[in-house]
Design a protein around this ligand. Sequence first.
Ligand SMILES: Nc1ncnc2c1ncn2[C@@H]1O[C@H](COP(=O)(O)OP(=O)(O)OP(=O)(O)O)[C@@H](O)[C@H]1O
Length: 360
Amino acid sequence: MTATDTIRARFQCAFPGFDLDVDLTLPATGITALFGHSGCGKTTLLRCMAGLQSASGTMTVFGESWQTDDIVRPVHQRPLALVFQETHLFPHLNVRKNLEFGYRRIPARERKIGFDHAVRWLGLESHLARMPAGLSGGERQRVAIARALLTSPKLLLMDEPLSALDLASKQDILPYLERLRDTLAIPIVYVSHSTAEVARLADHIVMMEAGRVVAQGPLRETLAGTDNPFRLEGDAGVLLEGHITDLDEPWHLALFSFDGGQLWLRRDDRINPGDSVRVQVLARDISLALVEHSDQSIQNLVPATIDRIDPDVDPGISLVRLLAGPTPFLSRLTTRAVDRLGLEPGRKVWMQIKSVALVN
Ligand SMILES: Nc1ncnc2c1ncn2[C@@H]1O[C@H](COP(=O)(O)OP(=O)(O)OP(=O)(O)O)[C@@H](O)[C@H]1O
């Protein structure tokens, strides 16, 4: 990554009982999740990036300085857009007028996103004449996101945009965010403490604890580290990206192919051959065997090589990192099993995978 295709952010600031000290290089595309427990400093970091929180440090976006040791651009001079939990729509204006408010703020020659595009991306075609009060929470948030995009930002900052929504509205809005991630050339920094949202949306993750970055990198690689604190459904695990390549209709199964192997998962009405999907495999759902046993109930047997073995947080448990082709997996085993099977880095084994879940 070079200075012109990255976001560099280095900030220090302090409140009574809390100080933030981070130094980040983020990619210029896709969704970067700022993830961590409540109070770890996610919102403070986002506010520093926006220029809403005074902090010492520097920020460079695509080679353009937004903050140096000497000059701090105020928020209105940074080409960014913010989306919060609260939508802040104008209650007396209909959806079209709310959107036009964002659009007209930008001189025509600087507009990179057309009005109709934003309306279509967020599925608002049939809502333009409606008033905000008559919209569902998810629809209101879609209007807020479209309005933010219509300012043609170079960076989109989102602070827990789904946390005020009920489950149904969250499910409604997630596909729109995925579409933006996959089609927009605008990087999104997304604050969340929901592992499910991060697993589904993020390409890159910054994990924070007490004002510090404890891990960062591409989501899949970072999750597959044996020392990271991110837990999918309370356990270590990996996310895989791949395609649905076949269906077994009578048995309600779908074949998921990834770089390094294939896995069967339960057929879900939403998926079809050719679809690109993410799945999660938890460490507790993988056991290891030295030979291929076909006389057992587990359908997914994948050959892999042990990469490393580390103690897990629980005493007597080991976290084994494996590679199937280039793709990492994690397996949680008792240390006694590791000893009995003579497992060690470089050893070839069979992963017996009990459960594979679709994330999107
Ligand atoms: N303006 C402020 N004055 C004093 N303390 C502050 C201020 N803003 C944030 N803090 C403190 O800084 C710490 C980090 O807060 P921040 O809101 O960034 O955390 P967070 O990770 O976003 O949390 P949450 O997920 O609950 O929103 C907290 O202890 C908070 O109380």
